[in-house]
Design a binder for this molecule. Sequence first.
Ligand SMILES: *[C@@H]1O[C@H](CO)[C@@H](O)[C@H](O)[C@H]1NC(C)=O
Ligand SMILES: *[C@@H]1O[C@H](CO)[C@@H](O)[C@H](O)[C@H]1NC(C)=O
Ligand SMILES: *[C@@H]1O[C@H](CO)[C@@H](O)[C@H](O)[C@H]1NC(C)=O
Ligand SMILES: [Zn+2]
Length: 378
Amino acid sequence: MLPKLFLLAAAALVSVNAQSSSAAPSGSGFTFKETYPSGGSKPAPKPEWMDLLKNANITDAPVLKGGEDGPTQSGDADPYCDWTFTGCTRDDDIVACPKGQWGITYDDGPTEFSPKLYDFLDTTQQKATLFMIGGQVVAFPDLVTRAYKSNHEIAMHTWSHSYLTTETNEQIVAELMWTATAIKEVTGVTPRFYRPPYGDIDDRVRSIGHALGFTPVIWNHDTDDWKVAEDKSFDEKWIDGNATEWAKEAGTAATGGISLEHDLYQKTVDAAIRILPTLQKAYKVTTVGQCVGQPSYSDGGASNATSSASASASSSVAASASASAQSSSKPSDGSSDAVSPAGASSSSSSQNTESGASRTAISSAVLVLGASAAYMLI
Ligand SMILES: *[C@@H]1O[C@H](CO)[C@@H](O)[C@H](O)[C@H]1NC(C)=O
Ligand SMILES: *[C@@H]1O[C@H](CO)[C@@H](O)[C@H](O)[C@H]1NC(C)=O
Ligand SMILES: *[C@@H]1O[C@H](CO)[C@@H](O)[C@H](O)[C@H]1NC(C)=O
Ligand SMILES: [Zn+2]
C-alpha cells in the first residue's frame, strides 16, 4: 500500500514563450489578478481563510515528521486513519467507482504534455478528472481553460505537492485554498475534489478539507506510470499489462475502479493513450464526480454542478467565490448570498480565449528547475 516515492528537486513548470507562430505577445492569453505564491513553494494562507476552520471540528492529530521516504509514524497503531500508513479510508473518501464503472484520473498537470492527452480524449469524447497542481494552473491557464471547456472535471492536487500529513493546519489550508483560488480565477468555478499527493491523508487532513468544503479522492488502481520516466527498472509494458488485467476483472470485481495516471511526461501521456481503449471496452469510463454522483464544483459549472446537493455549500470557500462574476462561457448557478472570505479575490471577469497560437506557445514550454521544494511524483 505504501507508494514508492520519488524525489525530484524540482519545482515549477514555467511556460516560456519560445516560439509564437502568430505573434502572440506571450505564452498565455490569461492574466491573473491575484498574486500567487511561486510554483512549488509551500505557501502561507490568507488570514481570512483560517476563519473557515473556527467552527469546524478539526482532528487534533500530530503533524508528522517528514522523512526521506515520506512521513514517519511511530508504532503500528493508526488512530487517525492514515492512508499512506495503513490504507485506512473513511466513509467520505472516494476510492472507487461503482461496479462496472471506471473513474479516469490524471494528476500533476497541466504540463506541456497535456495537450496531446487532451487531444486524444477529445477524439474519443472521453471526460476525465484532472487533479491539477496550483503552480501549474498559474503557469498554464490556457490549458486549464481548454480542459474545462472540454468538460473535463477540474480538481485539485495541492499547491506544492507535499505530504499533507507533514504540514501544519495553516499550510494545508493554504495548499488547498491557493489551488482552488487559481482554478476559480481561470474557470469561474470552485473545484470540490482534491487528491492528496501520494494519497497522504489522515483524519486531520480530512477534517480540514471538509471544513473548506472539499472531498478527497484516492484511487484503487495505480498504474505506477511515473516510473517510466524515473525508474530504469520499470518496464512500460507493465502499464498495459495491468490495464489488461483490470479490464478482465470488470465482471468479477466487487467494485469498479479509479485509476491513477499522470499527464506529467511524454511517456505517461503515451501510456495513458494506449490503455484508455482497453479500459473503455471493459468499463463505463467516467469522471470521478459522475460515477459517484457528486457535483464537480461547489458553485456551478458544466459537469454536475447544478445539483443543490452540493456537499459543502455552507462551509465552503468555494461557495464563496460565487459572489463574484460568472465565468466566461459557462453558466454558473452560484448563489450570490454567499460571502466568501476566500473568493473575495475572484472576479473572473477577464475572459480567456484560447487561441491556437497560445497553445503553440505553451507546447514549447520548458521545464525550469526551481530552487526549493521537494517535488514528488505520485
Ligand atoms: C469531532 O471529531 C471527532 C473525530 O472525528 C469526533 O470523535 C468528535 O465526536 C467530534 N466532535 C464534535 C463536537 O463533533
Ligand atoms: C503490473 O505492474 C507491476 C509493477 O507495477 C508489474 O510488476 C506487473 O508485472 C504488471 N502486471 C502485468 C500483467 O504486466
Ligand atoms: C450528474 O450526477 C448524476 C447522479 O447524481 C448522474 O446521473 C449524471 O450523469 C451526472 N451528470 C453529469 C453531466 O455528470
Ligand atoms: Zn501527484
